[in-house]
Write a protein that binds this ligand. Structure first.
Ligand code: URA
Ligand code: URA
Length: 206
């Protein structure tokens, strides 16, 4: 009999709610055994922007929602300044859906195990723009050799999606001098959103 690690076909799933039911039962890597639950992601399933972080932390694991701790509060402020609402313009998710113990970065093996879940989310949402928060998201979505300090701030492309890598908000909390560059990156996202999605998109700041 095939285990989950061998057989995990999500290709027939066309709705995010059905995908979430399936992923809630995922145990393709060891992370599920060490966390409270799967943090699938949240936002508007019809959003044109996907925001991808690394993986759930303690707060996210406890509440079952992405980016609800200190880094998440900063992300919410950044989105607000851009005129983006968490449940309106964006869908927020992570490279892995289960919290790595002690908040370590997910291993390549864990990310590979969760990759079909991420790919199915992206396929179903089919965003126009993706924002990658930090090195793990950059390395998983675009380039295993990606470096955020080198690659942030320039548009990349994946499957026709405009991809902007930028600093993880946790990095901005550790090092506030990075915020100026992060703001440049998010401004580019706002400008591209106006160009490709909604010319009338309002932000009080740019
Ligand atoms: N950091 C992440 O990368 N993702 C979260 O959901 C929370 C913090
Ligand atoms: N290094 C990272 O891994 N992420 C950041 O966002 C910044 C530096």
């Amino acid at each position: 009999m095939l285990g989950q690690s061998d057989y995990w076909d999500l290709s027939g799933i066309q709705e995010l709610s059905r995908l979430e039911e399936k992923v809630q039962n995922c145990s393709r890597c060891g992370l599920r055994g060490g966390c409270r639950g799967v943090v699938f992601g949240e936002g508007n399933p019809a959003a044109r922007i996907v925001i991808c972080g690394e993986g759930p932390g303690a707060d996210e694991d406890r509440l079952g929602r992405p980016f609800v701790g200190k880094a998440g509060q900063l992300l919410d402020r950044i989105l607000e300044v851009c005129g983006f609402g968490r449940f309106d313009h964006v869908y927020i998710l992570n490279t892995v859906k289960c919290r790595p113990p002690g908040n370590r970065a997910p291993s390549g093996e864990e990310r590979a195990a969760c990759r079909p879940n991420l790919d199915a989310q992206i396929r179903i949402i089919s965003p126009v723009i993706m924002v990658l928060l930090g090195a793990t998201a950059l390395q998983e979505v675009i380039d295993p050799g990606g470096r955020i300090t080198r690659d942030r701030g320039s548009w990349l492309e994946r499957d026709g999606i405009w991809v902007m890598p930028t600093y993880h908000p946790a990095a901005l909390l550790r090092n506030p001098s990075l915020k100026a560059d992060a703001w440049k990156d998010f401004k580019q996202v706002v400008y591209r959103y106006r160009e490709l999605v909604d010319p009338g998109h309002y932000s009080a700041y740019c």
